[in-house]
Design a binder for this molecule. Sequence first.
Ligand SMILES: [Zn+2]
Length: 323
Amino acid sequence: MFNASWMPCISPCSKLSSMTNLRLKDVFFPLVIFLALCGICPAQKAAITFDDLPRNGDLPPGVTQTETAKAAVAILKKKHVPPAYGFLNAIRLEGSPDGAEALKIWAASEPVGNHTYSHIDLEKNTPEAWERDLAQDEPTLELLSPNGDWHWLRYPYLHEGETVEKRRAVREYLKAHGYRIAEVTIDWEDYLWNFAYARCAPKNDQKAIEWLHSSYLSTASEFIDLARAQSQLLFGRDIHYVVLMHLGAYTSTILPEAIDLLRKKGFQFETLEEAEKDPAYESDPDAGIKDGGTLLDQLMLVKKLPMPPHAEKPYEQVEHICE
Ligand SMILES: [Zn+2]
């Protein structure tokens, strides 16, 4: 039936029509606002993860690993980030009570996963040697997290095998041993700034520290946008992303702003398990890839898709600042 209340109201409106319009407006507009807020146009989702626990790179003199871990955990809690995996290299604990304490603090609040014992490079080692190194990390993970799901592997250097035979051999081993691969789909190589900050902070070089701050955030922004453009090219949508960060010297300074940046870009946070429910993570480039990069980088490579335009990371400056 024709309903006059859907027609534009031409003056003079009948009292009845105005009342109907009012009721529709009362229901319709709040509904539109509700749907917009609750996600009918869904926000992008991302899981934040940290590598190289208990410490990536150097720390400025006088700063402990325990303080660094405590600060990171407090920021994650304050910012209401769901449990964030930290991937452990147990070799970093050898002769380091401070590292052990830092790790205990992390594991009391956030989950832990395997990043191999010595951060072994699959491109420089056989699958058998790599697998032994992976297994060597396990007793510490079991001790730290007896009830946790630590069977998540983050490949050191994101090297998944420079030959397809190596790649498949390691994947078979991981599957047989109950591991899931913690892939990365957003990476701005934040570790570069950990190393640089450890050099700049003791010099109290304010100009350099200001540059670290602005270059970190602009690089992060660029590579978040790049990952989204890659995702559109590969999947025609925003996948659920996994963000790679490293726990180190710059974490307690920059992490709040990195989290805010992702939120400003419309991201909501979720756990690694939730993110990897996205079928995108079933994709396997299944090829030998040297210097692998993120899962999206690898897929672009095997599908021979051109990389969307983007600014490169400021490797030269960030690697040499404050030397
Ligand atoms: Zn690493």
